[in-house]
Design a protein around this ligand. Structure first.
Ligand SMILES: Cc1ncc(COP(=O)(O)O)c(C=O)c1O
Length: 396
């Protein structure tokens, strides 16, 4: 039983799993291909700074985030690796991008000019990347726009064109044909640039799925997120190397009671007991990122067994049925996501129950849930010194 918990509900992130997954990706792509660790959205909910450190120590050489503010947070924490910001840069963001030495993605002339001016004013040369929209239909320049844009960039001081990239829309799907079409379009753009005498040192395209499936998409760097967290890109095929899920979401039982026949649980009375049932209250709800759509659908692990959710998920709590686990007591540890004994609930399971994707399951874990970082047997909050002993969060 848990005697000193950090909070009613908390997440444990296994940094050795992040490192092992990063090493597995690095082994898969080989020495000549760089790994850009995608740590946007708080590293898919795992905590950007500790995850970035673990990935860099295990073979990643660069980081990628979506927004300037995410890059600044990593710099403030002392991370010095190159940080690619994948959102198209806005002109007004240029001074901050230069000040924090971030690597912006450029796709409009006004932003390029503003960045050039900011870099010149600071006496710096800033590496930049350009994204090509080969079929994702989201961000980036269309293939025909790339050459004129890069020609214009060549005339701007303070900028150095380091990278060209694209992003796949369907790399996770069994049918590779659209991904291959995107790859061909990307290669055509590269061919056009080379014919015009423009060589780009760092070309990258592959998310986790494409890293695993399409060697031709590795170029000089791959850009995985999901795989680093030990999550699977697809239900349709198995990853070619083992992945270790890095995040466990835990809570504990705070009430146990008997529900009489005819009595109900929660808002809307969506669960009514037909016979006497033992119920347990667990303090996790949609305010923690536990999706309300899991009402009457999800399950948790207590004493190594599955306990189904009864009634609606509230903001702060759920009720689970423990009739089949009579030993359950107040204080028992509850695993919402992760392994307990021989049972496991993966992000992929929660995603299936909720009709969504594993990315959303971990990314939505809210700031109210403290993250603790596991290294061997020790668990500590972000930033706590390694020698802090004994940890107030130790689980006896
Ligand atoms: C542009 C870009 N590159 C790379 C990634 C990483 O993808 P994944 O987590 O599937 O590996 C993402 C994630 O959504 C992305 O938006």
């Amino acid at each position: 039983m848990l005697t000193k918990a950090p909070s009613l509900t908390w997440a444990e992130v296994d940094l050795e799993a992040i490192a092992a997954n990063t090493r597995a990706v690095k082994r898969w792509v080989g020495d000549r291909v760089e790994v850009i660790a995608v740590v946007k959205a708080n590293a898919y909910g795992h905590g950007a700074v500790p995850v970035a450190r673990a990935a860099l120590s295990a073979g990643a050489s660069r980081l990628a985030v979506h927004r300037i503010a995410e890059g600044i947070a990593l710099r403030r924490a002392g991370l010095e690796a190159p940080i690619l910001v994948m959102a198209p840069l806005l002109p007004e963001e240029a001074p901050e991008a230069v000040r924090w030495g971030l690597t912006p993605t450029l796709s409009m002339p006004e932003a390029a000019q503003a960045l050039s001016a900011a870099a010149r004013a600071a006496g710096r040369i800033l590496p930049v990347h350009v994204e090509v929209d080969t079929g994702m239909g989201r961000a980036g320049l269309l293939p025909a726009e790339v050459l004129p844009f890069l020609r214009a960039l060549q005339d701007m001081d303070g900028l150095s064109l380091e990278g060209l990239y694209t992003h796949f829309a369907t790399a996770d799907e069994s049918d590779p044909s659209f991904a291959m079409r995107q790859l061909r379009r990307f290669e055509e753009v590269i061919g056009t640039l080379e014919a015009a005498g423009i060589r780009i040192p760092l070309r990258h395209a592959a998310n986790s799925a494409a890293t695993m499936r399409f060697r031709a998409a590795h170029f000089e760097a791959v850009r995985p997120g999901l795989a680093l967290y030990g999550m699977r890109p697809s239900r349709e095929w198995d990853p070619p190397f083992p992945l270790r899920p890095a995040l466990t979401l835990k809570s504990r039982v705070i009430r146990v009671w008997t529900l009489a026949p005819g009595e109900s649980v929660g808002y809307g009375r969506t669960f009514v007991a037909h016979r006497e049932a033992r119920m347990a209250l667990v303090p996790i709800g949609y305010g923690d990122g536990y999706l309300r759509v899991l009402s009457n659908r999800g399950a948790v692990l207590i004493r190594g067994q599955r306990a189904p959710i009864r009634g609606r998920v509230s903001m702060d709590q759920i009720v689970v049925e423990v009739t089949g686990i009579p030993e359950v007591r107040v204080g028992d540890e509850v695993v919402i996501l992760g392994r307990q004994g021989s049972e496991e609930i993966r992000a992929e399971d929660l995603a299936e129950w909720a009709g969504t994707i594993n990315y959303e399951i971990t990314t939505l874990i809210s700031p109210r849930v403290p993250r603790l970082y596991r290294s061997g047997e020790t668990l500590r909050p972000e930033g706590a010194p390694a020698e802090a002993a004994p940890s107030p969060f130790a689980i006896p």
